[in-house]
Design a protein around this ligand. Sequence first.
Ligand code: TZP
Ligand code: MG
Length: 209
Amino acid sequence: MKSFDLSLYLVLDPDLCTQHSMIETAREAVAGGATMVQLRHKHASTRERIALGVALMEALRGTGATVVMNDDVAAAIEAGVDALHIGQGDTSPALARARIGPDVILGLSINTEGAAHLVDPAIVDYIGIGPVFATPTKPDHEKPLGFAGLSQIVAASPVPTVAIGGLKKEHVRRAFSAGADGVAVVSAICGTADPRQAARELREQMRKP
Ligand code: TZP
Ligand code: MG
């Protein structure tokens, strides 16, 4: 398996990445310190996701950033991205792992402590925990966890964790204090005029004691 760094995980959503193209947003965010970039394109076809996945891999080659495909196993395989991220309603982790093989990183969304206990570290490489806060970015989200809920799930997880949901720079240090290995954001980077600066400001919070 490839190594990965969850610390600043950008989720690209075309509905919010309107100020720049998705590729430009990703390139700028990585220049500012984003370590992983997920393509979360709910309205696209597999063909479109493959094209974007390939373009993203190309744009980020040599940066060390990990490119992640959300939901679409076929697109992840065809585009040759570094990682696949699936949710509770998607294909099962075991099936996804069987299809992507041992070398592609596999992430899973988790919202409860019980589900975290069930994660098999032989199959799943990291979990995304959220939403920490209610967020308009994902209108159908589960009940917000707050930082207390986040730390309970982190403690139950056998694999590295990244927190998501309504997170802004003022929340970064609390997410890390709760034990998360990283923060995942959509609007804190995607919705800004300067994604490089936004990523930089999120990273700066991680250097503070
Ligand atoms: N999963 C849980 S919350 C969320 C996802 C994809 C959206 C997070 O978006 P934002 O804009 O960072 O609150
Ligand atoms: Mg999903």
